[in-house]
Write a protein that binds this ligand. Sequence first.
Ligand SMILES: Cc1cc2nc3c(=O)[nH]c(=O)nc-3n(C[C@H](O)[C@H](O)[C@H](O)COP(=O)(O)O)c2cc1C
Length: 153
Amino acid sequence: MLVSKTDVGGLITYVNSEFLKISGYEEHEVLGAPHSIIRHPAMPRSVFKLLWETISKGEEVFAYVINRAKCGDHYWVFAHVTPTVNRTGKIIGFHSNRRAPSRTAVDAISPLYDAVNVIEKSHDRYGVERGLEFLLSKIAKSGLSYSEFIFSI
Ligand SMILES: Cc1cc2nc3c(=O)[nH]c(=O)nc-3n(C[C@H](O)[C@H](O)[C@H](O)COP(=O)(O)O)c2cc1C
C-alpha cells in the first residue's frame, strides 16, 4: 500500500516508505511539494478535476492513476482518496491509499484516458470541462455511475 497525506492545498505532508520506494524520491524531496510532483503526462486533467471536486465536498473518491517515478518510469495505482476532517467537520487535509490495480482494469481504463486526453487537447479553452463531460458520458452509456464503473473493471 502506497500512502500519502496532503494539506488542503495538495502539498504533501506525509508519505510511507512504500511510496518512497516506488516513486524513487527521498522523503525530503516530497514533503512540502505539490502532489503533482509524481504527475504523469498521460493522466487526464479531467480525472484530477473530478478528484478535487469530490474530496473538496468531503466525499471519498476512487481513481486509477498513472504516476511518474523520479527516474521517468511509470506505475499505475488504484487510489482511494479521502478528506480528513477535524472535530467541527472542517476539512484539514487529504489522505490517499493506493494499491496495485489489476491488469484488466488498466487495460480497460487506458484507452478511455487516451480518448479523454484527445478531447482535452482538442479544445483551446474548457478542455478539462469537455474532457470530464466526455468521461462521465462514456461511463453513463454503460448505465453506471463513476464509482460503479471504477469497481466494474
Ligand atoms: C491526497 C492526494 C493524493 C494525490 N495523489 C496524486 C498522485 O498520486 N498522482 C498525481 O498525479 N496526482 C495526485 N493528486 C492530485 C494532485 O494534487 C494534482 O491535482 C494532479 O497531480 C494534477 O496536477 P496539476 O493540477 O498541477 O496538473 C493527489 C491529490 C491529493 C489531495
